[in-house]
Design a protein around this ligand. Structure first.
Ligand code: NAP
Length: 423
């Protein structure tokens, strides 16, 4: 039987889940995979751990894990980029394989980490870094290996999805929905990374690298969050037959690749439109398989710990089979957002005056933007009212120039809401 001697970095939410899962299910894991998991050392600086573990396992000195002579596998669950990167590189250099759930680390420093792993002939598994308990990494690496990936459309941030679902279903405004998410434990005290799209961008960077076999750069991903979405946008979108979702998208486009995170209008009948609450879904289009959907709990202690431990079992099996590991090589060129073609939703705040719609249409026309639908609900002459326009396909650069001009017109008040539509 293959035995993995494990060093755990972090005994927080996921680390304690991993510890207790290994304790509870070690026999089952050994039966199913022929791999026995043995925890040798755990490093954590926190004085208030939510789980009790034998004292001899615990240390506050990270080097006692990453350089431990009897540990062959380091499970990194500290989170964050620094100083975690330093510990992961030391572990690889010291001959240890690494399992991590850390999307920020891989998205921002994956290049360095994979190069180090290759140099020292080590393995890295990171199933839990995207989609919590959903086996999407394995799906991309193995299940879809015969495919050229055409596109990935995903809902991979549970916090934002929960907030948008609450705004849609219960008619809440953004701030109230965010508070509800925090009370339910779905949102952190500082929710910026989730609601401004950074977390989803980390995850789509990883998926893009696996899908296209080259390292995508996190900073090339265009990111917009959901904090500017108003309840009225959701209501207007609904009238046109759409839902608003925070989508993380990567797709082939001509000879390049688009990679972006943004609140997006999708038709109500689209399969992703019904992914609600804290659930995640990743829709992958392969040239052989067509659409494949991964759906499930994208975070939380149990699903995430399950993904980490399944990586350990896979790693143990791979060791006995000594199968070669493939890492993405070279850099993936991501197209600049200004060159991307999309349909758009605009919400202008305008003073209701005769001829106002014609003036706005005129500016849009000058930028070659053609309108597909219009809603102007309230008619209150002289007052500020919302005017909603949907467009046909147009380039982002033209939209930016047109909106910049329109926002400076005397009949327009406030910043125009601009959202993309993904059919
Ligand atoms: N939570 C989820 O649902 C979820 C889902 C998917 C992936 N992940 C990923 O899993 C990882 C762990 O997340 P988590 O929710 O378990 O975080 P967490 O609850 O904050 O646990 C991290 C633990 O590691 C300790 N720690 C961090 N840096 C350390 C250092 N340099 N030296 C010693 N101890 C250190 C922390 O101590 P302090 O408390 O003192 O900082 C804490 O006890 C992250 O990369 C996260 O993105 C989490």
């Amino acid at each position: 039987m293959q035995i993995l001697k494990i060093g755990l970095l972090g005994l927080g939410n996921i680390g304690s889940g991993v510890y207790s899962l290994i304790k509870r299910k070690n026999k089952l894991i050994a039966q199913q995979s022929g791999v026995r998991l043995e925890i040798v050392r755990i490093a954590d600086r926190s004085r208030s751990l939510g789980i009790s573990v034998p004292k001899h396992l615990l240390t506050q000195d990270v080097n006692q894990v990453v350089r431990h002579p009897h540990i062959d596998t380091v499970v990194e669950l500290f989170g964050g980029v620094q100083p975690t990167l330093k510990f992961v590189l030391t572990a690889l250099r010291s001959g240890k394989d690494v399992v991590t759930a850390n999307k920020a680390l891989l998205a921002e420093e994956g290049d360095q980490i994979f190069r180090m792993a290759e140099r020292f002939d080590r393995k890295i598994f990171f199933e839990a870094s995207v989609g919590g308990g959903i086996p999407v990494i394995q799906g991309l690496r193995e299940g879809l290996v015969t495919n050229h990936i055409q596109s990935i459309h995903s809902i991979i941030n549970g916090t934002s999805n929960y907030i948008l679902s609450e705004m849609t279903e219960r008619g809440l405004d953004f701030k109230t929905a965010l508070k509800a998410a925090q009370q339910k434990g779905y949102a952190e005290a500082n929710p910026t990374l989730d609601i401004e799209g950074g977390d989803a961008a980390h995850k789509i960077t990883i998926l893009a690298s696996l899908a296209f076999g080259k390292m995508a750069k996190f900073k090339d991903v265009y990111v917009e969050g959901i904090s500017a979405i108003r309840h009225e946008d959701i209501a207007f979108a609904n009238e046109f037959g759409y839902r608003i979702k925070l989508l993380a998208i990567v797709k082939k486009s001509g000879d390049g690749v688009e990679a972006r995170v943004q609140p997006t209008l999708i038709p109500k009948h689209h399969i992703l439109a019904d992914v609600n609450g804290s659930y995640n879904a990743i829709l992958i289009r392969g040239d052989e398989t067509g659409d494949v959907l991964f759906y499930g709990k994208g975070a939380g202690q149990k699903p995430t710990a399950s993904a980490v431990v399944s990586d350990l079992a896979t790693l143990g099996k791979a060791r006995s089979a000594s199968s070669p590991m493939r890492f993405p090589r070279g850099h993936l060129t991501v197209k600049n957002i200004s060159t991307i073609l999309s349909r758009y939703y605009f919400r202008f705040q305008v003073i209701d005056r005769p001829g106002m719609l014609a003036k706005i249409s005129d500016v849009l026309g000058k930028h070659h933007i053609s309108i597909s639908d219009v809603i102007q609900k309230e008619r209150r002459t002289g007052r500020v009212v919302p005017l909603i326009l949907l467009t046909h396909g147009v380039h982002e650069s033209a939209v930016r120039r047109a909106v910049h001009a329109i926002d400076r017109m005397p009949v327009v008040r406030g910043k125009t809401q601009v959202l993309r539509i993904e059919e």
